[in-house]
Ligand binder design. Structure first.
Ligand code: SAM
Length: 189
């Protein structure tokens, strides 16, 4: 778990305590939030992931198997929407649309915590050299389970532009113990 996520939850005020995790994986983050008194919703495109997450959370949660770019997020519902190591699995256009939907789904002053890969690091360390270059910082793996699936990578300036709809935006670079650095974006509606 990203340690700054726990710090972020401690530092912020959440009035309704209703969270949505986009790409919930095995539910580690939602489990932590449930223990902190949050109502927890999550989506993931993997059936296995949603099954595991459903099993570890109580019945008050809503965990769905869905594609984040297709999923209709209810408007004005959440005071926390977060997505860790997930929303870059698409084209930059898809991701921009999703960020707008996230803004619509937050109540006033609702918070975001979102990570995105740092393109500078990925290029410098040679991680993209065997991938298919789709242009505009988007690459697709040439082999493996995610073969052909676009993965978008960002400069800090691009991240700033992506989150223009939000206020109090804070962008940090997380390199801790990672092969490839990622941007951590915090902000509020
Ligand atoms: C690297 S895992 C991160 C899981 C979790 N957020 C974490 O940090 O432990 C990425 C997750 O994103 C999910 N995912 C990938 N593309 C997705 C999509 N289009 N819609 C929803 N989930 C997606 C995968 O199934 C996977 O569970």
């Amino acid at each position: 778990m990203i340690s700054s996520f726990q710090q972020f939850i401690k530092e912020q005020d959440f009035e309704i305590k209703h969270a949505l995790d986009i790409g919930c994986g095995g539910g580690e983050y939602l489990n932590m939030l449930q223990k902190e008194g949050f109502k927890t919703d999550g989506i993931d495109s993997s059936k296995t992931a949603t099954k595991i997450t459903t099993q570890i959370l109580n019945n008050n949660s809503n965990i769905l198997c869905a594609d984040m770019f297709e999923f209709v997020i209810p408007q004005n519902r959440y005071d926390l929407i977060f997505s860790i190591s997930t929303i870059h699995h698409g084209t930059k256009k898809q991701i921009q649309n999703l960020i707008s939907k996230i803004c619509d789904a937050l109540v006033e002053n609702g918070k975001i915590f979102i990570t995105l890969p740092n393109i500078g690091d990925a290029i410098e360390k040679g991680y993209l050299k065997n991938e298919q270059d789709l242009g505009d910082g988007t690459y697709a793996p040439s082999s493996g389970a995610e073969k052909g699936l676009p993965h978008s990578h960002y400069t800090k300036e691009e991240v700033q532009e992506l989150f223009l709809e939000f206020k109090n935006v804070k962008i940090d670079l997380d390199n801790a113990g990672r092969k490839m650095g990622r941007w951590i974006v915090q902000g509020s509606k």
